[in-house]
Ligand binder design. Structure first.
Ligand SMILES: Nc1ncnc2c1ncn2[C@@H]1O[C@H](COP(=O)(O)OP(=O)(O)OP(=O)(O)O)[C@@H](O)[C@H]1O
Length: 248
């Protein structure tokens, strides 16, 4: 079963941002989206998450996800944006809110169990009673990722999920995202600027330029020449412990 994006076109304020974007992602795969600032990476994720005026042509098992109710879509798909705002709810309450698509008035034992599991897994115990507007940027980012992960949806969309995190937290979050994608056969799309991190965690890559995906495939598409074309940089690639590493 695949997530299929079929020839989408996105205009924002009458400017064409994406045109002729088509791809499919297999279950169990983490796909890294690469490209320069402003090429439309976030726009692509927002489109899939049904957050833009343009809609349609996003299929999961032949079903157009934009034609199901928002409540059903909220269960199927999780989206974490690039910027986060805290509020007056505590971390614990915020995580419970992540389970909201599954309950009407009060959370079930199952919802509470899932929240406690993610607190444990992502080491959030020390901050669970803090209000989210009293967290550091990195803590807040981690909580907002956890809030989406606790939903256990089939499709995970992350827009630079680790940009505020220290290296230990980056590894912890990306390890968990990869582990849960494999274990639960999810579909994960992740915008990531650190190419070496993307090489460590992504199974496939999409490179965006000129409003479309110009390269798509496994790590073999990450080469000095594609990096030059995408980012206009001179990079070298070496192999360290059987892993491809990009040197800028
Ligand atoms: N609400 C909007 N209205 C009009 N134009 C927009 C809007 N949001 C984004 N854009 C424009 O769309 C283009 C793509 O933006 P997008 O945020 O998708 O880029 P990106 O590749 O995610 O960039 P970055 O790496 O900097 O996050 C940019 O030129 C941006 O100015």
């Amino acid at each position: 079963m695949y997530l299929v994006i079929d020839n989408i076109k996105v205009n924002l304020k009458s400017k064409e941002i994406l045109n002729n974007v088509t791809f499919k992602v297999k279950r169990g795969e983490v796909v890294g989206i690469l490209g320069k600032n402003g090429v439309g990476k976030s726009t692509l994720l927002k489109y899939i998450a049904k957050l833009l005026p343009n809609k349609g042509k996003v299929y999961l098992s032949n079903k157009d996800l934009h034609k199901i109710s928002n409540k059903k879509l909220a269960k199927k798909l999780s989206y974490v944006s690039q910027t986060q705002n805290g509020g007056f709810l505590s971390v614990y309450e915020t995580l419970l809110l992540g389970r909201k698509p599954y309950f009407s008035f009060s959370p079930s034992k199952e919802d509470i169990k899932k929240v406690e599991q993610i607190i444990e897994k992502l080491n959030l115990k020390d901050i669970q009673n803090k209000k989210t507007n009293e967290l550091s940027g990195g803590e807040l980012q981690k909580v907002m990722i956890a809030k989406e992960l606790v939903k256990q949806s089939e499709i995970l969309l992350f827009d630079e999920p680790t940009n505020n995190l220290d290296i230990k937290n980056q590894i912890e979050i990306l390890d968990y995202i990869k582990e849960t994608t494999k274990k639960n056969n999810l579909i994960t799309l992740i915008i990531i600027h650190d190419i070496n991190l993307s090489l460590k965690y992504c199974d496939k890559f999409m490179m965006i330029k000129d409003k479309k995906i110009i390269y798509e495939g496994d790590e073999s598409i990450i080469t000095p020449s594609t990096l030059k074309e995408i980012y206009e940089i001179d990079a070298k690639i070496c192999i360290y412990k059987e892993r491809k590493v990009v040197i800028y």
